[in-house]
Structure formats: structure tokens, C-alpha cells
Ligand binder design. Structure first.
Ligand code: NAG
Ligand code: NAG
Ligand code: NAG
Length: 352
């Protein structure tokens, strides 16, 4: 407090926020290293190393400063990730690592095992078809990008070996996935977000046992969504099922377990022509329904009784409907003003 009185609050804030960058020891000549100092008297520092495109000739592990927090090794033609490639000094403190665009086709089982603080891993734009089952063992991962690879099947159980119970977000979009599973044998798996868009899935994969909040299945060749497809996903808040070019049918009660779902994107499903009211059973929290660009042009009558919380529905090309309250009517018996709610659309002649 004495210090605060002497230097004054603005100066103290300035000291706390000051970021200084200086020359860095042990930086590979082809890389760009930067130390950011912050905190009072620069008591904290964070080293960021950029070794993008330093070339296929460079020997791994690339020399990086001790206590590096963020490392970008993208576009280096690494081909395969050996056990030694990431085992140098400075690697154990990494919080984020970018290995994208490296033509990596294979990761050896212990290649990542030294990265005990790694939270964010980018392996996008590689040639991966599989991962060793225990390659994430002991890592505190929170974000893993595996998009734009060559996976045909994927078992979410690979994330069961990571440490701490922190939730992880996984991007598996733009692969060739025909099958996604989660062989958990009773283990819990705290995965909060899975992006499976642009794959070859013909069915909604079973995600039972995952604590998912976000799921994206856009642009897959799914023709039919079956009753119980989203069983046990009671934490799901956001579900995207857009651009399913072959989707013709959603069975009644398909979304029954999704009692916490707030956003359902069914847009751009041109072959989907009708929806029975029972499709919406159980969507007690749904606020936003997007049917724009789908073949569905009218909605089941009495929509609000099926979707008690809905605020906005989009359909057709750009027809937007939202919840409104009818003129309040004085109710003689209860002595209260009763508000009847209805859906109001910005186009005449919509039957709801
Ligand atoms: C999922 O992947 C698609 C396609 O790559 C992308 O457009 C979308 O933003 C991703 N969603 C999230 C939440 O990352
Ligand atoms: C609609 O879906 C198709 C098929 O998945 C996709 O190619 C197209 O880009 C989507 N259009 C929009 C506007 O999202
Ligand atoms: C509905 O989906 C379309 C196409 O994917 C998108 O352009 C539009 O912004 C969405 N509307 C709402 C209200 O989310």
C-alpha cells in the first residue's frame, strides 16, 4: 500500500502493464524469439518463439530459449514426429505448440510426452490417419486442432489419458471420417466441443459419455437422423446440422435428450421438406432455430407449445419469426393481465 501511495495508481498500472521485449539467449538463428516482460518490476516473462518455415534442413529439436511458452513450428516439412523431435531444453515449459502444415503422417508414441504444460496443440493441415492411443498421456490439453488431416476413423478415448479434468475442445473438421467412437469403459471424458464438419459420416456418431456443450456435424452425408441420435447429451448447448445435402428425414424424438440446447442450426438442408411436431419434443431450452435455406417452408402449428423458450426462428430465404406478446387481456377471475404469446413473422401468410 505504501508503494501505491508513493507512485500513485496510474503509474502503478503502467508498471504492471508495461511489456518489454529484448534480445533472447539460445534462439536459433532462423527463428524469431521474443520475451515479453510484464508485472510489477517485470517479474513475469513469457517467451514466444516463431520458427515458421525455417525449412526441412533444420535438425530437430530446434534450439529454443529455456522457459519458452509459445512455439510455432508450422510449415517445416517435418514429415514425422519422432520421440526426440520435441525433447530439447525449453520444450517442457510450452503452453502452446503449432505443428500445422508439416506433412506429418506419423507421431511416435512418446513424441509429446515431455510437454507437461501443453494446453494448446495445433496439428492441422497434416497427413495424419491415426494417433498412438497414449500420445496425449499426461498433457493438460484444452484445445486440439486436428482439422485438415486424413483420419477415416477416430476414437475420442485418446483424450482420456490427458491429465487434469479440464475440458478440451477438439477440431476434427475436414477429414475423411466415416466413424467416430468413444470407447470409455466407464471412464468420464470431459470434452466440451467437437467439430466434425466436412467429413464422410452417414450417421450421427454416438457421443454418449462426453460432456459436450458444442457439436458441429455440418456438411456430412447424413441422410436420416434417428430417434435417440443424441442420447445422453444433456449438456449440449449448441448443435449445428447445416449443409447436410442428403438429409431427408429427422425422426420424431431425435432431440429428446437435449433439454439444455439453446441453438439448433438446421439451415441449408435443401432436401429436408417437412418436420413433424414431435421432432421438437424435449427442446425445453431452445432459443434459436435456423431453418433458412432448408426445404421446410411452414412450421407445425402451435410451435410455441413445443418450444417454450424459443425467441427466434429463421426459415425460407430470409423469413424471420420471433416471439411476441399479444395485447394483454384483463382476466376477470384472477384479476391479472394475461399475456398470450405468439410467433410473429416478417412475412404475411406464414402459417404457424
Ligand atoms: C468448425 O469447422 C468449420 C469448418 O472448418 C468452421 O467453419 C467452424 O468455424 C468450426 N467451428 C468452431 C466452433 O470452431
Ligand atoms: C450448403 O451446403 C452445401 C453442401 O454441404 C455446401 O457446399 C454449401 O457451401 C452450403 N452453403 C452455405 C451458404 O452454407
Ligand atoms: C441461419 O443460417 C444461415 C445459413 O447458414 C446464416 O447465413 C444465417 O446467419 C443464420 N441465421 C441466424 C439467425 O442464425
Amino acid at each position: 500500500m505504501a508503494l501505491l501511495r508513493r507512485v500513485g495508481l496510474p503509474l502503478l498500472l503502467l508498471l504492471l502493464l508495461a511489456v518489454r521485449c529484448g534480445a533472447v539467449r539460445n534462439c536459433h538463428p532462423s527463428c524469431h524469439c521474443e520475451v515479453e516482460n510484464f508485472g510489477l518490476f517485470d517479474s513475469f516473462s513469457l517467451t514466444r518463439v516463431d520458427c515458421r518455415g525455417v525449412g526441412p534442413g533444420v535438425s530437430m529439436p530446434v534450439a529454443i530459449p529455456l522457459d519458452t511458452a509459445h512455439l510455432d513450428l508450422s510449415s517445416n516439412d517435418m514429415g514425422q514426429l519422432s520421440d526426440a523431435a520435441l525433447a530439447g531444453p525449453g520444450y517442457t515449459t510450452l503452453i502452446s505448440l503449432d505443428l500445422s502444415s508439416n506433412k506429418i503422417a506419423k507421431i511416435s508414441p512418446s513424441a509429446l510426452s515431455k510437454l507437461r504444460y501443453l494446453e494448446s496443440l495445433d496439428l492441422s493441415y497434416n497427413a495424419l490417419e491415426s494417433l498412438p492411443p497414449s500420445c496425449f498421456s499426461g498433457l493438460p490439453l484444452a484445445e486440439v486442432d486436428l482439422s485438415h488431416n486424413a483420419f477415416r476413423e477416430f476414437d475420442m478415448a485418446v483424450f482420456a489419458a490427458k491429465v487434469n479434468g479440464e475440458p478440451v475442445s477438439v477440431d476434427l473438421s475436414h477429414n475423411r471420417l466415416a466413424s467416430v467412437s468413444a470407447t470409455l469403459h466407464g471412464r468420464a471424458l470431459n470434452i466440451q466441443s467437437v467439430n466434425l464438419s466436412v467429413n464422410q459420416l452417414v450417421n450421427v456418431p454416438s457421443m454418449a459419455g462426453l460432456t459436450l456443450r458444442y457439436l458441429n456435424l455440418d456438411a456430412n452425408p447424413i441422410a436420416k437422423i434417428k430417434k435417440g441420435a443424441f442420447a445422453q447429451l444433456k449438456d449440449l448447448v449448441y448443435l449445428s446440422l447445416s449443409g447436410l445435402g442428403e438429409l431427408r428425414e429427422i425422426e420424431p424424438h431425435s432431440f429428446k435428450d437435449l433439454q439444455n440446447l439453446q441453438v439448433l442450426d438446421l439451415s441449408n438442408n435443401s432436401e429436408l421438406k417437412r418436420l413433424s411436431p414431435a421432432v421438437f419434443c424435449g427442446l425445453d431450452s431452445l432459443q434459436e432455430l435456423n431453418l433458412s435455406g432448408s426445404g421446410v417452408t411452414t412450421l407445425p402449428t402451435n410451435m410455441l407449445s413445443h418450444l417454450p423458450r424459443v425467441k427466434s426462428i429463421t426459415l425460407g430465404q430470409s423469413i424471420h419469426c420471433w416471439r411476441t406478446q399479444k395485447q394483454g387481456q384483463y382476466h376477470r377471475q384472477t384479476g391479472q393481465v394475461r399475456h398470450d404469446e405468439e410467433l410473429h413473422c416478417d412475412v404475411e401468410g406464414i402459417v404457424l
